[in-house]
Ligand binder design. Structure first.
Ligand code: ZN
Length: 270
């Protein structure tokens, strides 16, 4: 009898705590959505290039989530915005068959900013949203925008420098013009591809770094992986398996990212 009672209590308890966790999660998302809809009605709310700037006053719930994670990460809270798109985005979306609002991104050249697409926001649970925010803040923490641009420009200047040396050499050694043009074409083509491949590889490494930062906040790989899967089903089709796509891809495949995060989870529990 006592055992049955105990069993019933345990089941009831886990059922209700499960429900409570779920309803907290969906309540948070409903509040964030409601605050967004209220904020776009307010003319004082800042809207630009299809984005609505999220602030403490009009979007306290979403802003607080970003603030809390930025604090945990030890960085300043960047500007936060929601991307609702413009007529142009709508046209491009219809043309390409991709919903550009089904994504989130970070940029940090002049001002640090994270942007979350509205479609993505409406598909995420609160836990997944936190993982997405943490991932984007990870990019800001590691200055990926500036470093990416600097390495690309640096590589480009190095290619130009090499071309200059080659030209000088061809003049000083009286190289035949045809031979010079051939060598020059091979050099510029090869080095441009090498730079592109390097840039894409760097970008994929940056994604994994941002994933690691997100994992340090959520301590759980599934929230991020779930959100990535949601992005992929709506934004990317089945390109990921081809060698060409992977080589010229700015993001590692979800399987690769899940594998790297699994390693972290093992290290954390070991
Ligand atoms: Zn990223």
């Amino acid at each position: 009898m006592l055992f049955k009672q105990y069993l019933f209590m345990t089941l009831a308890y886990s059922f209700f705590t499960g429900c409570a966790a779920y309803s907290h999660d969906s309540n948070m998302m409903q509040t964030i959505q409601a605050e967004y809809h209220a904020s776009v009605q307010i003319s004082a709310a800042r809207k630009m290039f299809g984005k609505v700037i999220v602030n403490e006053q009009y979007n306290p719930t979403l802003y607080a989530a970003v603030q809390e994670i930025a604090h945990q990460m030890g960085i300043k809270t960047p500007r936060v915005s929601l991307f609702k798109g413009t007529v142009f985005t709508e046209m491009m979306s219809n043309f390409a068959g991709i919903d550009f609002r089904m994504n989130a991104y970070a940029r940090g050249l002049i001002t640090d900013e994270i942007t979350i697409g509205l479609t993505l926001l409406s598909h995420l649970t609160y836990k997944e949203l936190r993982a997405v925010i943490a991932h984007e803040l990870g990019h800001i923490k590691h200055n990926h925008s500036i470093k990416g641009l600097a390495s690309y420009l640096g590589g480009y200047l190095a290619i130009l420098g090499g071309e200059h040396l080659l030209r000088n050499y061809s003049v000083s050694s009286n190289m035949d013009t045809k031979k010079y043009l051939l060598i020059n074409t091979i050099y510029t083509t090869m080095s441009t591809y090498a730079l592109l491949i390097y840039t894409y590889k760097k970008s994929r490494d940056d994604e994994k770094t941002a994933d690691r930062e997100a994992f340090m906040i959520t301590k759980n790989k599934d929230d991020l992986i779930q959100s990535l899967k949601k992005v992929k089903t709506l934004a990317h089709a089945n390109h990921e398996r081809s060698w060409l796509y992977r080589t010229f891809s700015t993001h590692p495949s979800i399987e690769e990212r899940e594998e790297a995060l699994s390693q972290l989870q093992i290290n954390l529990t070991a």
